[in-house]
Design a protein around this ligand. Structure first.
Ligand SMILES: *[C@@H]1O[C@H](CO)[C@@H](O)[C@H](O)[C@H]1NC(C)=O
Ligand SMILES: *[C@@H]1O[C@H](CO)[C@@H](O)[C@H](O)[C@H]1NC(C)=O
Ligand SMILES: *[C@@H]1O[C@H](CO)[C@@H](O)[C@H](O)[C@H]1NC(C)=O
Ligand SMILES: *[C@@H]1O[C@H](CO)[C@@H](O)[C@H](O)[C@H]1NC(C)=O
Length: 259
């Protein structure tokens, strides 16, 4: 009887101890791209157009985009990809602003660290079934992007809303104003411009928030994604822990009765 009890105890301890989230589980959880027009199914290396100085280079070893996508971004921004012009209101977008839109598009198409923020997109079924929502971007990046673009022209405060665009001409349809006039500040700009894909986040890079251009040797964005993945996975498994505990109680009760 003592032996049975001991065996059961060992067995339940074994089950509970395997509930801790492992690195492998986090790797598997994050090993996915959004279900969308140009994203690969899973992230992986891309060599071709990543070799030059411009293109989405921080992602070249582990990207959700193909080299064709990055080459399109280099050629004409999002015109070939989505028929959306960046030069609005009869004026060319300034080079410094354009650079930030390129960086933003690279992040959108290439980042492999988005799983914790992927949601089903109820609106644009043609180009994508899923989207990101409220990915934490460090406030400094949003500030710099807004600063680069504030005097450029736009004719909408939400480029992520399909009603904004004339899909024949690739031009947006509403009143021409500067980004500054439409958004007033960097927080509104960063969050609303692509329909809340990004969340303006104050805090520390690599812990609280991601960067739009993860070019250094430390992969800060991956750290943020892993932290969120771990939280999500351990919340899930603490649910099963409770289940295991109840099962153990039932088994113990059965065992006692039997004995
Ligand atoms: C970069 O890749 C492109 C496309 O594969 C190729 O045409 C080009 O020669 C490469 N450039 C360098 C510097 O390797
Ligand atoms: C990339 O573009 C070339 C030329 O348009 C095309 O032939 C090739 O199939 C494309 N590759 C992928 C992976 O889409
Ligand atoms: C959309 O653009 C096309 C081509 O420039 C134009 O003929 C059409 O009138 C525009 N539609 C709207 C609703 O602005
Ligand atoms: C990364 O990019 C930033 C901003 O574009 C730049 O200031 C910095 O020098 C770059 N760092 C590296 C290691 O390339």
């Amino acid at each position: 009887m003592a032996d049975d009890f001991y065996a059961l105890l060992v067995l339940s301890c074994l089950i509970v101890s395997t509930m801790a989230v492992t690195d492998k589980e986090i790797d598997e959880f994050l090993d996915i791209c959004i279900d969308s027009k140009y994203h690969k199914e899973k992230p992986g290396p891309e060599s071709d157009f990543f070799n030059t100085t411009f293109h989405c280079t921080p992602w070249k070893n582990h990207a959700c985009c193909t080299s064709n996508t990055t080459d399109s971004i280099r050629k004409d921004g999002t015109l070939s990809l989505y028929n959306m012009h960046w030069d609005q209101c009869g004026r060319k977008m300034s080079p410094q602003c354009r650079r930030y839109f390129e960086v933003d598009t690279c992040m959108y198409e290439c980042s492999p660290n988005m799983k914790p923020w992927i949601v089903v997109d109820p609106n644009s079924k043609k180009t994508r079934k899923e989207r990101f929502q409220e990915v934490p971007i460090c406030s400094e990046d949003c500030d710099a992007w807004f600063d680069a673009c504030k005097d450029d022209l736009t004719c909408s405060d939400n480029w992520g809303d399909f009603k904004t665009w004339n899909w024949t001409s690739g031009m947006c349809k509403f009143e021409c104003k500067t980004f500054k006039e439409y958004f007033d500040n960097a927080k509104k700009f960063c969050e609303k411009l692509f329909d809340y894909s990004w969340k303006y986040t104050k805090g520390e890079l690599g812990i609280d928030c991601m960067t739009l251009w993860p070019n250094g040797t430390t992969n800060f964005n991956e750290r943020v994604a892993r932290k969120h993945a771990e939280d999500m996975l351990s919340t899930k498994s603490s649910g099963s822990k409770v289940a295991v505990q109840s099962l153990t109680v039932i088994l113990l009760a059965g065992l006692c009765y039997y004995l």
